[in-house]
Design a protein around this ligand. Sequence first.
Ligand code: NDP
Length: 309
Amino acid sequence: MEKIKCLVIGSGPAGYTAAIYASRAGLNPVVYAGPEPGGQLMLTTDVENFPGYPDGVLGPQMMEDFKKQAERMGAEVRHEVITKVDFSGDVHLITTEMGHEIEAESVIIATGASAKWLGLESEQRLMNKGVSACAVCDGFFFRDQVVALVGGGDTAAEEALYLSKIVKKVYMIVRRDELRASKIMQKRVMESDKIEIVWNTQIKEILGDQFVEGVKLINTKENTEKEIELAAVFVAIGHKPNTDLFKEYLEMDDQGYLITEKSSMKTNVEGVFACGDVQDKVYRQAVTAAGTGCMAALDAERYLAEKGA
Ligand code: NDP
């Protein structure tokens, strides 16, 4: 069985930042890149809000830079998926899809969260061509244009309000006749003269050939359809943290996000740390994920030092 001092699961900004710090601390980290190497940033185009890139950078390019930096510091990146963990003992046992078995003294979980999508063919086809799951990332590109935003939760409300400061108009497409968002967020949305809520409605199809040109909507209460011309569709119907693998061992909230101890990245299992979107449903930014990746590596370093490893 292979022995690893610091195993990082996941290869988004959190995982690679953890690997950079763990490498520099001499922990010889091994990163398992997982089923979506690079994470959610691989699905975005220009990133303009990550400090250090004054001219912006493409999401996939930025993740390539993260990877290069981690490797230059000495991290080993493996393109394999972990299929089983056993956190019941002092040393953590990990099995990969190829059946490779590892004993890890510390584990940093950075498996992220995946945006939920509507599941339409047109949504897939126009991804990054006006279809986005991140208003903060992509809203800027639709300045003074008309856009749609799907969802009625806190994220949708927050993103609709964010967009309302940039775009000409936001159609907020809500599938029921009420919002799930907190009262305060509902009030803010209702008070915005740039946001029009379209109740009891779902998107039947996103229209456009090369890029988004409109949406075909269906009012499920009245069973009527209509089309609206617009330039972008933001999907904000929730995220799913990638934590199924850890259910048996780690404390999670009711939505499956890992719970970390206050002011640290420690989970309830000694030597197992979590960082990035897998434990953050509020901020979800590359820069915050990177910050918590740094914290997790520093926590792992301290843990191993105290253990005398
Ligand atoms: P939620 O699960 O709370 O809301 C998802 C929304 O999307 C609901 O309105 C839901 O409708 C709708 N929806 C789900 N699936 C579909 C679909 N297929 N088609 C159309 N609409 C759909 O997710 P959020 O991401 O908004 O929030 C997750 C958690 O994070 C919540 O606990 C929230 O409070 C929290 N949060 C807190 C923030 C803060 O404190 N600042 C900011 C953002 C999130 P329906 O209501 O009909 O199910």
